[in-house]
Design a binder for this molecule. Structure first.
Ligand code: SF4
Ligand code: SF4
Length: 305
């Protein structure tokens, strides 16, 4: 299995989990009951019951039920981000899956990855725009209903939706959320990942603090090869493949929002498939990763443009 196939598997599984978790009672907050549901069980501290008993027992129960799982989750998550960067974004995040999905669709229909870039050739007529807009709005609607099912009992909600019998509040939520997500998916999807997502920013900051963390490294010794490397787009294949629109061969700080998706490596591996030395881009960590943020790397990238 290739890296990209593995990533398709993890992203698809997580996307399904994101949509189906409330329906299967895996995780949701039930507004009507006022507590979380976790794996079919009410997840509540039940403070009154705890406080009525022995105080040592109460402290132990609060620590083991709430604090310990929370501390363990935060510690493991931070360690993974420290070592591997934004792997949640590249390998799991449902929003990043949408980014990649609509990048591909837009490139195919409108000859550009985002509306903010120039098409490498003009698209013909209105149909390519409709083919991009309709799935984006449909996906936005699915997200809106999916998010509401985290707050309201999912089965009655879906029932009401099918019978066109939604309450005013649910209709308003779904309409507004569909509008916002449609705008995001069509116009600002990768911009949101870069600048709007607190979870993404949090991961980037931890990752940047570790100079030895896993990062994409460009093989500067073989940089001349890039001069003859071309694609059907104005960008080099590695840069054209980057869902976050980053300068993939540049130093680490220029790739602050890298999601470790490996698309740039896959693109270069394809271009260099007949080269015994293979791709010029690799994942490295430790001492080699420190090299990636040396200013000399930025000069090398300019030279090979
Ligand atoms: S630089 Fe490479 S690994 Fe990072 S987001 Fe872009 S394509 Fe993915
Ligand atoms: S795809 Fe590989 S060879 Fe082509 S420009 Fe990018 S790094 Fe250089």
């Amino acid at each position: 299995m290739t890296i990209q196939q593995a990533r398709t598997l993890t992203r698809s599984a997580f996307f399904l989990l994101f949509l189906l978790a409330p329906l299967l009672d895996i995780f949701r907050f039930d507004l009507t009951l006022g507590h979380f549901i976790l794996f079919g069980q009410a997840w509540t501290l039940d403070i009154s019951d705890i406080l009525a008993g022995d105080s040592v027992d109460a402290a132990i129960r609060i620590f083991t039920r709430m604090l310990l799982p929370l501390i363990a989750f935060i510690a493991i998550t931070m360690l993974l981000i420290w070592k591997y960067g934004r792997i949640y974004c590249g390998w799991l995040c449902p929003h990043f899956s949408v980014v990649e999905m609509f990048n591909t669709l837009m490139l195919k229909q409108l000859n550009r990855v985002t509306v903010w870039e120039k098409p490498f050739k003009p698209s013909q007529g209105i149909y390519p725009k409709i083919i991009v807009a309709l799935p984006s709005i449909l996906m936005a609607f699915v997200w809106a209903v999916g998010l509401l099912s985290y707050l309201l009992p999912p089965k009655p909600l879906l029932n009401d939706l099918i019978q066109a019998n939604l309450s005013f509040g649910a209709t308003l939520f779904i309409s507004v959320a569909t509008l916002i997500f449609s705008f995001d998916f069509i116009f600002t999807r990768h911009v949101f990942c870069k600048y709007g997502c607190a979870l993404g920013l949090f991961q980037s900051l931890i990752w940047m603090a570790n100079k030895r963390a896993m990062v994409i490294k460009f093989d500067r010794q073989r940089a001349k090869i890039c001069r003859s490397c071309s694609a059907n787009t104005p960008d080099k294949p590695c840069d054209a493949a980057c869902p976050m629109r980053l300068p993939t061969r540049n130093m680490k700080r220029a790739k602050f929002t890298c999601t470790q998706c490996g698309q740039c490596i896959a693109a270069c591996s394809k271009v260099q498939q007949h080269n015994p030395q293979g791709s010029l881009l690799h994942w490295v960590s430790g001492e080699q990763a420190v090299e990636v943020d040396r200013p000399a790397n930025i000069i090398a990238t300019k030279e090979i443009k």
